[in-house]
Design a protein around this ligand. Structure first.
Ligand code: G4P
Length: 527
């Protein structure tokens, strides 16, 4: 094995996690500003559909030029190459978000200083914990009245079960917000709200004892700050790299994303300490990023921007080796080798064709229905990366077709949309029904619209008596066969032909599980 390629070591592949409205979009924009990818804040548009009505979401999704390019943004900063993976903000698309989180090496968590830890953040942290993803925290909106910083850190520690190591500490809040003190560098960064969208450089005062503090903050505020810093230093955790990399401790920064304040401090610590591309677990072995041969996995599939060509883009994270334009790649699931003449890479500004891509990078493969979420690509090795989940849907509808002659097109459309992860689809063993399952209700609307636009199929959805779904397996083939016969009326096949139990009620599921102790009922299925 060779030394880790310095270009691989400089990669930082990450996502921003937050509850809607905490400031993810604003922070993304500021990161791009520092990365030189945009000149002026206010340029990243169309990413806020999360909070809007379905119709807006659809319009925005159709405006694929924006959504595709912005789902992966690569930009340089301080000698590093950052790959920022966007996560859909709307909770109806949380499955997509979970899968994106399997493709990052670290995450930036944004918390609203007035609201503290919110529900989505808790869920996203649970997902990060599955792989012990290192987390850097940013407490945002200090320019508004918020909660006491110590109380916020306590809440993060208690609710999210991660130790907090403040790296900066706020001086005041709301209208009295004056800046932050950098606990590690021992310097004060003064807040200057005038930035006109560009990079702001407020005054920096070296040393907590500097008399300049009295001049600019006044004697009381300066004195207060010294006392507070002493308290914080005594009472909170110090930043240490090892526990951070194990996902046990998070460095915390305070600031105001919209005012572009505190972002540079965050970013510079982030690029220094966030991990470079990490080893990845596969079924056969662990793959190291410095291996020579290419490996990667597909974590997301998205309809392409050009409605004339119904091809879809498969987003592959490279785990080892090097992608070169035109190289052949092997898919162990299908046993097929294909040549990828032109994969796309994602600069923050536009989509370009990649000549080369390294571990940590994301490339877009053109896909005509042969690639599925969770697929691994190698240079020939039989190997599959693990841990890319499918979640049991919580909402179900029966699909009613307007024109029975379009039923083949319907099944094709539903199969392809399931491969994309847009929805899940089940065919009961005993009935000629098509049942759709989704995690969020918006997914149904999107599917109906896309079936109409892309497959020329008009359908409507009806309520169906399904409460939840579980994928079923058993070590003993005979036992599974017995179950298959006995429970056939509630069994179905999903789009990838996995056997699934569709339970009409929670009680029914519990009773069935009790009655069949040797059958495994699983709420997640790995792709
Ligand atoms: P999201 O992607 O996490 O959903 O949040 P987004 O960045 O869209 O921010 C949500 C709202 O919070 C926006 O206001 C944004 O301007 C505001 N915001 C972000 N950072 C700060 C901050 O540091 N201080 C204050 N006071 N506000 C902040 P909006 O009114 O909903 O949208 P807009 O019209 O301002 O764009």
């Amino acid at each position: 094995m060779t030394e880790v390629d310095p270009s691989t070591a400089e990669r930082r592949t990450f996502a921003i996690i937050s509850h809607p409205d905490a400031g993810k979009t604003t922070l993304t924009e500021k990161l791009l500003l520092y990365g030189g990818a945009i000149q002026n804040a206010g340029t990243v548009k169309g990413r806020k559909a999360d909070r809007h009505a379905t119709s807006d979401w659809l319009t925005m999704e159709q405006d694929r030029g924006i959504s595709v390019t912005s789902s992966v943004m690569q930009f340089p900063y301080a000698g590093r190459i950052l790959n920022l993976l966007d996560t859909p903000g709307h909770e109806d698309f949380s499955e997509d978000t979970y899968r994106v989180l399997t493709a990052v090496d670290s995450a930036l968590m944004v918390i609203d200083a007035a609201k503290g830890v919110e529900e989505r953040t808790i869920k996203l942290m649970d997902v990060c914990r599955l792989r012990d993803t290192p987390i850097v925290s940013f407490i945002n909106k200090l320019d508004r009245e918020g909660r006491d910083p110590t109380e916020l850190l306590d809440e993060v520690e208690e609710v999210l079960k991660i130790r907090c190591a403040p790296v900066t500490w706020p001086i005041g809040m709301g209208s009295a917000f004056r800046g932050v003190f950098h606990l590690v560098h021992d310097r004060v960064h003064l807040f200057s709200p005038r930035h006109e969208g560009g990079i702001a450089h407020g005054e920096i005062i070296e040393g907590l004892d500097n008399p300049r503090l009295e001049e600019v903050l006044g004697a009381d505020v300066a004195e207060n700050l010294r006392e507070e810093v002493e308290l914080v230093r005594g009472a909170s955790h110090e930043f240490e790299v090892e526990p951070f990399l194990r996902g046990e401790l998070t460095p915390v920064f305070f600031g105001s994303a919209v005012n572009n304040f505190g972002v540079e401090e965050l970013l510079s610590t982030f690029v220094d300490y966030a991990p470079a591309p990490q080893p990845r677990e596969a079924d056969a072995r662990v793959v190291q990023p410095d291996e020579e041969k290419l490996t990667g996995f597909v974590f997301k599939i998205q309809a392409n921007m050009d409605p004339q060509h119904r091809d879809r883009l498969a987003f592959m994270r490279i785990n080892s080796g090097r992608y070169r334009r035109g190289m052949k790649m092997y898919n162990p699931r299908t046993g097929k080798t294909s040549q990828n003449v032109s994969a796309a890479t994602f600069m923050a500004r536009e989509r370009e064709h990649a000549d080369e891509a390294l571990p940590g990078d994301i490339i877009g493969l053109h896909n005509h229905g042969t690639i599925q979420i969770g697929d691994t690509f190698t240079e020939g090795e039989e190997l599959r990366f693990t841990g890319i989940p499918n979640f049991a849907p919580e909402l179900f509808r029966r699909v009613m077709l307007a024109d029975p002659l379009r039923s083949k097109a319907l099944v094709k459309g539903l199969t392809e949309l399931s491969e994309e992860g847009a929805v899940q689809f089940f065919r009961p063993l005993e009935k000629n029904d098509l049942i759709l399952g989704a995690v969020g209700v918006l997914q149904f609307d999107v599917v109906a619209q896309r079936l109409k636009d892309e497959y020329k199929v008009e359908c409507r959805f009806e309520p169906v008596n399904v409460h939840t779904a579980r994928w079923v397996e058993a070590e003993d083939e005979n036992e599974l066969e017995r179950f298959r016969k006995k429970a056939a009326e509630n069994l179905a096949l999903d789009a990838a032909d996995y056997l699934t139990y569709l339970a009409p009620t929670r009680v029914n599921l519990e009773l069935t599980q009790e009655r069949w102790p040797d059958i495994h009922f699983s709420a997640t299925r790995e792709h």
